[in-house]
Design a protein around this ligand. Structure first.
Ligand SMILES: Cc1ncc(COP(=O)(O)O)c(C=O)c1O
Length: 395
């Protein structure tokens, strides 16, 4: 099946009871414990989770359907649906570090809360993290060979400057030192890139973004290779960071239109980037389709043909913080907000949101100027998004 068909069908129509017709679309199963005709069957279900459902912290039918869907989309061995993207990242790193050195090499351009997770949650348990520019492959190689980490953590597309590392080469390097590569694929979605096919061990998503896609679900997904799946499931069965069945249902419903939404979002982002690149009020545009993008080789070797993602950033000419805030106040349709991946176009100002707690010096070193804003294109008409940004830029 093609991706467009997989998103619609994978995971659905699982038979739970013999004799009853199966709903075409997976329903919300709210039950927390399961009844069997014989205690021997219950015994088997409790002992061997693949034999049947027993208790909702271990597994439940709506989550199992979603997990089958995401496993297929990311070409993994199995998935876990979690209560947030951060819960997915926490469990993935924990699984990667089990039986390995408690050292992480991470991209220095990852989501702020992931840095918080490494520096504030893992660090007190003697997990040491080194941050590198993931697009400088020689530096990544030297750092990985020197630190010999248990886990390498990167995002498939960096935020907000949309840089792309050589994932297949990083995966090979990671494998050579015996570490596990964890890739946050939230920005790319499996429609644009499948990190497991490029050699990663574990993929995570904030399902809150493109997968659910409508700004009404907080959720996460971990998709694993064979080697880490049982550890992920064991941790989850004990700790219980699982997604609720209602959110699971909404995420599955959202994924059914992922191909349609993401294709439109990518097309809108491209039109917007082209428009802004010659705009008199714009200094510079950052978008993966730009022929002058510094990572074109990595983009062409790892992205699906014809798609360049739905996120772009741009710098507003002669603007400081107050001018950017005034520009945001003038927006009429584009929503100023801290998320991405929704049906509506969202505009984020890194200075007050994702990079709020990063020092000005560090932001400058990262190339994130005070006049930079990020747009996550929605599915509206491109003309309307462009017209709204134009009128807000004109002032
Ligand atoms: C790239 C990325 N990863 C992970 C997360 C965390 O996801 P959640 O908010 O669902 O916990 C976010 C949230 O913005 C994100 O942008």
């Amino acid at each position: 099946m093609k991706f467009e068909s997989e998103v619609v069908h994978a995971g659905d129509r699982k038979r739970l009871c013999s004799g009853l017709p199966v709903p075409v679309t997976t329903p919300i199963h709210l039950g927390t414990s399961y009844f069997y005709d014989s205690a021997a069957t219950l015994d088997r279900a409790l002992g061997e989770p693949q034999e049947g459902f027993s208790y909702a912290r271990y597994s439940s039918p709506t989550n199992a359907a979603l997990e089958e869907l995401t496993t297929q989309l990311e070409r993994g061995h199995g998935s876990l649906a979690t209560a947030s993207g951060m819960a997915a990242i926490q469990i993935a790193i924990q699984a990667a570090l089990l039986d390995r050195p408690h050292r992480v090499v991470a991209s220095n351009a990852i989501y702020g809360a992931t840095i918080g997770l490494l520096d504030q949650v893992f660090s007190p348990f003697d997990v040491e993290t080194s941050y590198v520019d993931i697009c400088d492959f020689d530096l990544v190689r030297r750092t990985v060979e020197d630190k010999k980490p248990g886990c390498v953590f990167i995002e498939s597309i960096s935020n907000p400057l949309v840089r792309v590392g050589r994932i297949a080469d990083i995966a090979e390097l990671t494998r050579r030192v015996g570490a596990a590569l964890v890739v946050d694929n939230t920005f790319a979605t499996p429609m644009l890139m499948r990190p497991l096919e490029l050699g990663a061990n574990i993929v995570v998503h904030s399902a809150t973004k493109y997968l659910a896609g409508h700004g009404d679900v907080l959720g996460g997904i971990v998709v694993s290779d064979e080697g880490h799946l049982e550890t992920i499931r064991t941790i989850s069965r004990i700790v219980g960071p699982v997604l609720g069945p209602f959110e699971s249902y909404l995420t599955m419903r959202g994924i059914k239109t992922l191909a349609l939404r993401f294709e439109r979002q990518c097309a809108n982002a491209r039109k917007l980037a082209e428009h802004l690149s010659s705009h008199p009020c714009v200094d510079r545009v950052y978008y993966c389709a730009d022929p002058k993008h510094p990572d074109t080789a990595a983009i062409h070797s790892s992205f699906a043909p014809g798609l360049f993602g739905a996120i772009l950033s741009f710098e507003i000419k002669n603007a400081g913080k107050s001018e950017v805030l005034a520009f945001m106040d003038r927006l009429r349709m584009v929503v100023p907000g801290p998320s991405l991946g929704d049906v509506h176009t969202l505009l984020l100002y890194p200075l007050i949101a994702s990079h709020r707690n990063v020092s000005p010096k560090m932001r400058e070193r990262m190339g994130i100027r005070d006049n930079l804003v990020r747009v996550a294109a929605g599915i509206e008409a491109a003309e309307d998004i462009i017209a709204d940004l134009d009128q807000a830029l004109r002032g």
